[in-house]
Design a protein around this ligand. Sequence first.
Ligand code: XAI
Ligand code: MG
Length: 573
Amino acid sequence: MPQQFDKSRLPSRHVSVGPERAPHRSYYYAMGLTEEEIARPFVALASAGNDSAPCNTTLDAQADAARAGVEAGGGMPRRFNTITVTDGIAMGHQGMKSSLVSREVIADSIELSVRGHCYDALVGFAGCDKSLPGMMMAMLRLNVPSIFVYGGSILPGRFEGRDVTVKDVFEVVGRYAAGACPIEEVHALERAACPGHGACGGQYTANTMACVGEAIGLSLPNSNMVPAPYTSREQIAHAAGAQVMDLLARNLRPRDICTREAFENAARIVAATGGSTNGALHLPAMAHEAGIAFTLHDVAETFKSTPYCADLQPGGRYVARDMYEAGGVYMLMKTLLAEGLLHGDCLTVTGRTLGENIDEVTWNPDQKVIYDARAPITATGGVVGLRGTLAPDGAIVKVAGLHSLQFEGPARVFDCEEDTFAAVEARTIAEGSVIVIRYEGPKGGPGMREMLSTTAALYGQGMGESVALITDGRFSGATRGFCIGHVGPEAADGGPIALVEDGDPIRIDAEAGTIDLLVDAAVLAERRARWQPRRNDYQSGALWRYAQNVGPAWAGAVTHPGGASETHVYADI
Ligand SMILES: CC(C)(O)[C@@H](O)C(=O)O
Ligand SMILES: [Mg+2]
């Protein structure tokens, strides 16, 4: 029997309260609800489920499994769906310009559904790069009691005796272009790499943001590393449905959980796992929703003092399934907390603190994926912030797995990714060059494309560390090599990256945290006087609108003013 809610505790805006809501109730009777069911708190189950990509295919079943949990807690579940753009399919062509924009559309669509129907709480199900931060952004924006559920990672594929992921398919394209393998190997890998449902298998963007979900306190402990094909995911969804009712009863909301300290915890996990550089974009965007100033520079500051502890692909050896078997995100957090590297007193959706949740976990010494924070893989984080004359507003680089942290060379400049990829495929990039790909920023692209096709092709050709690559765009979590993204100000805003010419010397020092264009100020001033802004290819529709509104990458590339004020007050239940 579901727990009964005292009707008199329902907020005045609730559909069951007052004669003027009679028409609204008619719609619920039309869907088969009884008077008693209409009088319960309404819980939105926001699903990014669809068959656009394997990341999303299990989400609707998980959202449906949460219904019974909500009902057991005395609530009334209402499922709705949102869109996704999946980078693995959008990558390497103009489609990728829709990717980051979709994060805002996902957050906006959830906001509008929840506001429009006055739902009292929210459980969100997401499985792909932008749907994870988009979902968590909506939770912080709406500030109704919320739990975030990740759809789970894909299992690795097997190829020639080793575990493979989609990264290997992107990289074999480069190996084939270099004449290093036959076309049959490309086709064999494309069939083997993705054996079923779930988001990309390494510590790429989706898994990175799934770890963030736990570290920031919005997901149930050790829930997100459970692989997508495992039926226990539906038990997790059920538990999330029941638990959100507890949050409603306690009136514990996302902004009570996601404090500045919680954002620091989340940034730690990104660096400690050698996670996606997108973490440095999505965390500021999420913080913005909560009215917290936590920019690329704050993220980078946390990265500096974070040991790199989880041996995960692309920099390391293992995949999410291995992280799960090793003990999950909480196993990693146990060792980080023991070294004083987490704020253990942050609240979580269990209603307890992170430290209290971690106390339930026993350290597993018989696993190879998660290193003790006292003896990490490297003493500083797998991701590093940079700043300098080429990027006065900052930039980001993943150093996990790199052999050298310094690079100096002459620029080879391109004004879009397509031209760069063609030059890489034609093997016209000289070793030692610093490839610059510009006009790919949030505004300039528009949409700040990920450049995995190009970086993987370089890596596949064996050039991963013999060239560096710099862009005002961004990278996939699967990118490896000396690749610097989020360079700001972007070229479309006339940042120094717009002034670079072929042959200009560029120096990057990821140890010192610097990125410099070694050209005389007088020469740059003369080039600036000649510089003309460019018109992007999208003069209508969502991409045009995005380009008008989007802010800089260092602040998360968001499209609206901050969320410091409570814009929608939810009465206590
Ligand atoms: C296609 C990938 C690997 O999922 C990428 O989009 C990422 O950012 O990790
Ligand atoms: Mg991506």
